[in-house]
Design a protein around this ligand. Structure first.
Ligand code: F6R
Length: 242
């Protein structure tokens, strides 16, 4: 695991965007794995700026999102589909048929998980995966548990995750109880991974992910086993590393 501590959230976002841009320039048909949430917002803003000001081209890029809430339609402002369109994909020249997000409204969720996993297998491997991290060490919606599932699956969200995400929904009771998420095995197949963390609320999770044992109780700790995983974290998120 390589760790770069940045002075600020903005520097973290710029570095992440530069790395994504470098991949896209070197390999125009790059396959990206992408997260949602507060953390990557600055990176997406920077990529949109680069597209506008430097003509960075995404026309051959494919993107796979990590996860989606079960039950939310794509036009729900809290769905990850909506998030991606408003913050990124509508503002760069990505082709709509190369943007992939699990369908949280599928009738048969198990079949949808299998379909998504197959799609990643067919279009992959993912060249660069950008990840955030939950306060409890979750990656995607792989929640701390006694065992991790390798492939895309339906996960029941922990009380802590639902509390953390209540800020987007107005109240905890409105946060969906389940989500489709890629499994840690799916994520670990990526050629290269960067994990972003830019606030002090993430310091404990970062410490356990980097310094603790590799354990399903801290899903992010599994990234220690990846041969090309880098963290871009600001100094507040790095404060537990000593
Ligand atoms: C989102 C995702 C989650 C978030 C994590 C941190 O697609 O997979 O694992 O990365 O919950 O969220 P923020 O960035 O909002 O703190």
């Amino acid at each position: 695991m390589f760790i770069t501590v940045t002075r600020s959230y903005d520097e973290m976002s710029q570095r992440a965007a530069l790395l994504v841009a470098a991949h896209v320039i070197v390999k125009p048909d790059t396959v990206l794995g992408l997260p949602t949430g507060s953390t990557p917002l600055g990176m997406y803003r920077e990529l949109v700026r680069m597209r506008r000001e430097t003509n960075l081209g995404f026309s051959r890029v494919a993107t796979f999102n990590l996860d989606e809430y079960v039950g939310l339609p794509p036009d729900d402002p809290q769905s990850y589909d909506f998030f991606m369109r408003t913050n990124f994909t509508d503002h760069v020249n990505l082709r709509r048929d190369r943007v992939f997000i699990p369908d949280g409204r599928a009738r048969d969720l198990a079949a949808e998980c299998r379909r998504y996993e197959k799609l990643i297998e067919r279009r992959g491997p993912i060249d660069l995966f950008v990840l955030g991290i939950g306060q409890n060490g979750h990656i995607g919606f792989n929640e701390p548990s006694h065992a991790l599932q390798a492939e895309t699956h339906v996960e029941t969200l922990s009380a802590r995750t639902r509390r953390a995400n209540a800020r987007f929904f107005g109240s905890v009771s409105k946060v969906p109880r389940r989500a489709i998420t890629m499994g840690m095995g799916t994520i670990m197949k990526a050629r290269e991974i960067i994990l972003l963390a830019g606030s002090k609320e993430k310091a404990e999770a970062i410490k356990r992910a980097v310094k603790g044992p590799v354990t399903p109780a801290v899903p992010a700790s599994v990234l220690q086993l990846h041969p090309a995983c880098r963290m871009f974290i600001d100094s507040s998120a790095a404060s537990g590393l000593g």
